[in-house]
Design a binder for this molecule. Sequence first.
Ligand code: ARG
Ligand code: ZN
Length: 849
Amino acid sequence: MRDAAPTTVYLKDYTPFGYLVDSVSLTFDLVPNATRVTARIAFRPNPEAQDRTFFLHGEGLKLIGAQIDGQDVKPELTDQGLTCDVPDGPFLWESEVEIDPANNTALEGLYMSNGMYCTQCEAEGFRKITFYPDRPDVMSTFTVRIYGDLPVMLSNGNPSDSGDGWVEWTDPWPKPAYLFALVAGDLVAHSDRFTTASGQEVDLNLWVRPGDEHKCAFGMEALKKSMRWDEEVYGREYDLDVFNIVAVDDFNMGAMENKGLNIFNSAAVLASPDTSTDGNFERIEAIIAHEYFHNWTGNRITCRDWFQLCLKEGLTVFRDSQFTSDLRSAPVKRISDVIDLRARQFPEDNGPLAHPVRPESFQEINNFYTATVYEKGAEVIGMLKRLVGDAAYAEALDLYFARHDGQACTIEDWLKVFEDVTGRDLAQFKRWYSQAGTPRVAVEERWAEGTYTLTLTQSTPPTPDQPDKAPQVIPVAVGLLGPNGDEVRETQLLELTEERQSFTFEGLAAKPVPSILRGFSAPVILDRETTTEERAFLLAHDTDPFNRWEAGRALAQHTLLDMIVNGTPPEPAYLDGIQSVLRDEALDPAYRALMLGLPGQSELAATLHERGHTPDPMAIWQAVETLRQTMAEHLQDLLPRLHAEAQVDAPYRPDAEQSGKRALGSAVLGLINRIDGGVLAAEEYGKADNMTLQLSALGALIRAGKGAGQLAAFYDQWKDDRLVIDKWFGLQVSLAEPADTVKVAVHLTRHDDFNWKNPNRFRAVLGALAMNHAGFHHESGAGYSLLADWLLRLDPVNPQTTARMCAPFQTWKRYDAKRQEMIAEQLDRIAAAPGLSRDTTEMISRIRG
Ligand code: ARG
Ligand code: ZN
């Protein structure tokens, strides 16, 4: 469906709705092309509101009839909803509409996926189901009756009644409409039970299509662990008799926390050792936890308006990362999160799409489900916890739950509980929510007579609509090391609040080496001129595992930039430093695998650009290839030993210990591969008995140019498993050489299995294209036009996924004039398409600037 001229919504314009909703009763008569939805909604005037306009959202609904207190009414309809004259006091609104789930390709509202009915209402999809005040501050209990000829029919809450061909669900907890869900289809359950800390029994079901039963066990275990963890760590218990999770193949995002009925992209919940990698397992565990944790941070306490999205998302991401750290390795999780933040959030924060963690305006809210709102939003909570301490954090959270349960809240409410618990003024801290852009912190040091002085200077570059920034509160964790590598000052939290501030450390016997921003204590960029010797020293001695890794990463970045800009050969201090770390068998294999990683090519392009160079994607690619080859040769003698150490004898388990070994094994295979030209990879492919090993061997074979046979065999083996075939599509594009990337991608878009209307499959090919830096930015411009062609094709079908897939163009101003011109041409071509969706229009115009 195409939209009229876009309008901008502003945070400052918030007003409450004129009416409260006391109860909602819905009836669904499920028919693929003509589902009838009747709604009975008890309204009463909201004493807190001035404006009594009775406006109900509604989009794409065919109104059959409406009544107020049983009398027929004729509301005034627009393409956004309806208005109607209503009585002064309480009244009952009734309406009947017809919708067409079978033709809902946007996957928002009620739609069908493989013959199964399902919903996605966040953020504003409920208005595609019935006329309603579709805003999160309107909360109500819901009763839902579903009539249909389907074996399983689910909605929120507890089952309350049923009859021949119908079931009824009642959700006793008041909720906003975005948490509504309905699922109906031929589904089978993997079931279990959970007893809450206070003794309530909960039925747990993971509903899947017949044939997927063997992929449920892991998700169920993750759910039970999440439920226990939230009780133990946050004191939060589950609050219904049943908790349902459903796996859906066609889904725009990862998953959705609908009350008592979480709906998941099947890629984010289905797992088995044969078909899922260790990375898949870890991600699934985290997403299950994330959606479950939303029951308290999101559902019981929700958002007043969509500008407050980070209130639930930042906090819930923070909570799921704590969960993963507790279950697995905290340092490995922290490093992985920072790698991800730098890859996805930093480009956003430092480009045309930059927006505050709490945005102040939007055209399409779906465009603000971003790395900034989610991941930077979680970093902000991490900083708050660091600043107030663990005990005060726990107290503040208890107060938050006690004070705001059942409410729709704001960031002001959230910060107030911290102020009340600690007595601290958080006015300046709040700038983390209102100022966009990644702060930079420059470091100067002075050493004189036993006193070491660190001077930190902060600045945040201008971002769209925000030319000037005020200083933020930046918690900088610092430790000091003595010349022999011993720690002479333990980690201390410096609070940088001024633009420029000095911190002194007295009574030191010798000039120390500082370890700054330990644990990545704030989401900033550290500007620090330092020597290779000092980095190598920290790589060898830092007691903070994050900063030890960071020292290796800095050396890698330094040598790559030097290779690219000056044609210098790879830095021996980096190669030797990494070698020593790898030799240390006391170190977790997962940690050593991370040490073998290199900065991403897009990240290198960003750094080159920041330093005044024009990044050449081909030169970056070449430098990375050269460094990898040099590493392989330099580490050659050590590799067989590491490879042996990485072998797992026990039956497959996707836990931290085994996956760490496999991660190291895969990194080592990648290096050996450069020396033996695919011999070991072929051998490993032949004996792989799980997807992690199979995919890592297949990847190595493709890189060695020897994978054709195995690629075909892999397809034959897995052609009936759509999630594995997504990997097959993605891998070929990700690993293609720069000159072949577009050719490979085009070829795959012509494959019979390229169901481009399925978001997972679309992303497997076009997302992988955009992630292949040198291939996407190939000088021909063919990568740009291929992505644009597909965005134009997908937009009328699925605006949300199209808009998200515009993001690869956000970095365009980093590159040379020729590339900028080619990208601008594609952006303009997309913008000019008649009837372009509001979603894509907003993204393209923000990127174009
Ligand atoms: N609240 C969901 C989550 O974070 C995300 C759903 C967003 N979906 C959307 N279409 N905007 O788990
Ligand atoms: Zn979420």
